[in-house]
Write a protein that binds this ligand. Sequence first.
Ligand SMILES: Nc1ncnc2c1ncn2[C@@H]1O[C@H](COP(=O)(O)OP(=O)(O)OP(=O)(O)O)[C@@H](O)[C@H]1O
Ligand SMILES: [Mg+2]
Length: 465
Amino acid sequence: MQTPEVRDIARLERTGAHSHIHGLGLDEKLQPVGNFQGMVGQAKARRAAGLLVKLVQDGKIAGRAILMAGGPGTGKTAIAMGMTQELGKDVPFTMMAASELFSLEMSKTEALTQAFRRSIGVRIKEETELIQGEVVEIQIDRSVTGVAAKSGKLTMKTTDMETIYDLGQKMIDALSKEKVVAGDVITIDKASGRITKLGRSFTRARDYDATGPEVKFVQCPEGELQVRKEVVHTVSLHEIDVINSRTQGFLALFSGDTGEIKPEVREQINTKVGEWREEGKAEMVPGVLFIDEVHMLDMECFSFLNRALEDQLAPIVIMASNRGMTRIRGTKYKSAHGIPADFLDRLHIISTSSYSEPEIKEILKIRCTEEDVDMAPDALEVLTKIGTETSLRYAIHLITTGSLVAQKRQATAVDVSDIKRAYSLFLDEKRSVQYLREYQDQYLYNEAEQAPPAASASSPVPMDM
Ligand SMILES: Nc1ncnc2c1ncn2[C@@H]1O[C@H](COP(=O)(O)OP(=O)(O)OP(=O)(O)O)[C@@H](O)[C@H]1O
Ligand SMILES: [Mg+2]
C-alpha cells in the first residue's frame, strides 16, 4: 500500500502590526529594559503588565478585571500581545474585540461565556507507558506478491534485558518514516504508537566514522524496557465543553462552529473537573481574557461581566479602551471610557501615555528592521517628525509605502524623497479632515452641510452606534 507522503508546510513569513513584539521587555526584577523584546518606553504600564503576568503564573489572581486606558496608538494592544508571549503556551490567553460579540450567531452572553471558558485551562496529568531502549535489529518480512500487509520483528534492549516485539503495518510505517535503524535509541508510546528518536547509542559510535556533526550520541538505557512516564497537558474548559456536547462533537473545534452549548453540559463538566481536582488528576490554570475596544460592549454585557467575574472559575479579564467620556452603548448615558460606573469601580486601571520623540524614533527603527526596510538616517529623522506631528500608526504605515516607492526607483535604501512622496500620496487623519472640509460639496450624504453650524460643533456625529 502506498502511503501519501506528508510534507512539512513552509512557514509563512508575515509581518503583522505587532509581530515585532516578543515579550514585555522586563528583567527578572520586573524592571523595564530600555529597548528589549521589541518594546520601547511605556515603562509604568509594562511593569504593571509584568506584575500581572507573574501573579497569573503563580495562580494567585483570578476573577479580577484590569482596564488599559490611553489614547490611540499608545501600545495597549501591543502590551497585551507582550503579555501573551510572557505567559507561555501553557496558560490560556484569549483575545477578542468587543464588537465580535455583535456579529455572532449566538447570544452575547453565550459568546462571553465561551470566551471565559476558553481562558481557563485544566492541566491534566496522565501516566503513559513507553518502551524505551536501543534498537538491536529490525526485521521486516515482505510478502512475495507485495500486496499483503507487511509484518516484522523489532528487537530492542536495555543494558539489562532484550525483548523481541511483533510489528504490524502501522509500526513498520512509523519506523521507516522516522528512519530508525539498528543502534538508535528510541521511545515508543504504547498507547499512540508514536516513535521518538533520542539519538544513537554510544556503543555504535565507532561503527560510523562518517557521521555528521548533527548526530547525537546517548547512553543505552538501563533497567526495564517498559517505563511509566507522567505526561501533562493543558486543555481549556471550552474545549472540554465542545468535545462533550453531543450536538457538536470534537470536529467543531476545527471548524470553530461550536454554536451554543447547553448549560447542563457545562454543569456536568464543572462537576467532573472538580472531581479530578480532588483526586489530584487535574489542576486549574486561570488564564487571561483580553477584550479590546471595550467601549463597544453594551449594558447587558457589562452586567454579565459583573456577575461572571465573581464566579469561582473566572480568568483574569483585561480590557482596553481609547475613549474618554463617551456614551454607554445602547443608552443615552455618558460615562468614562463608555463603561458604567459600577463596573468601572471593580477595575484596576493601567493608563498608557503618548510617546516622546526619541521613543517614537526607537519604535520606528524596530519596525524598519521587522519589515526589512533599509532606512537612511535623515529619512528616519523625517519619519520621526511625522510621527510626532501626526500619529505613530501613520508613521509606521509610511515605512511600508515609503519602501515601495524606493523599490520603484530601484533604490535599496529609503531616503527623504521617498518618505515625502509617500506622505503626499497618503493622507493622515488631520489632512484628510482638512481635505473633506474643503471639498465637502463633492461628496454624497454630506451631513455637515445641512446641519446648523452651532449644533454640529457641540454634538459630533456619533461613530459607535
Ligand atoms: N511600547 C511600544 N514598543 C514597541 N512598539 C509599540 C509600542 N507601543 C506601540 N507600539 C506599536 O505601535 C503600533 C500602535 O500601537 P497599538 O496598536 O498597541 O496601540 P493601541 O493603544 O492599541 O491603540 P488603539 O487604541 O487605537 O487600539 C503597533 O504597531 C504597536 O505594535
Ligand atoms: Mg488597540
